[in-house]
Design a protein around this ligand. Structure first.
Ligand code: FES
Length: 120
């Protein structure tokens, strides 16, 4: 338990991530706008390097007045895709999109000055 320096804010460009080592743990650290999200770099499927995955917005659909279905990208809910077999995880909660019982460990973060801190 504690707070750990993870990276400088400018080390990560918006929409990107890096893998950092916090003691014995490997953690993916992602930036969405000015927010930072940390997720354990171990996929719950078969242990793939989840922190090396790709980010994209959740694709949602809604029925509009005409009765047609409109799809849109939900940038409030970013999805992290594991590079090994493509399982997708909610970046904020770590929940697998296809099976909410599968969950990757996530950590809180905060920014202090130009530093990103991971809290566990
Ligand atoms: S190890 Fe991540 S999807 Fe299989």
């Amino acid at each position: 338990m504690g707070e750990h320096f993870a990276a400088k804010v400018d080390d990560i460009q918006p929409g990107q991530g890096i893998v950092v080592q916090i003691h014995e743990r490997s953690v993916g650290l992602f930036r969405v706008g000015e927010e930072f999200y940390a997720i354990r770099n171990v996929c719950p499927h078969q242990g793939g390097p989840l922190g090396e995955g790709s980010l994209f917005p959740l694709l949602r659909a809604q029925v509009v007045e005409t009765g047609k279905v409109k799809e849109f990208n939900d940038y409030e809910h970013m999805v992290l895709c594991c590079p090994w077999h493509g399982w997708e995880f909610d970046l904020k909660t770590g929940e697998c999109i296809a099976d909410r019982h599968q969950c990757a460990r996530v950590y809180k973060t905060r920014v202090e000055g130009d530093q990103v801190i991971i809290i566990d």
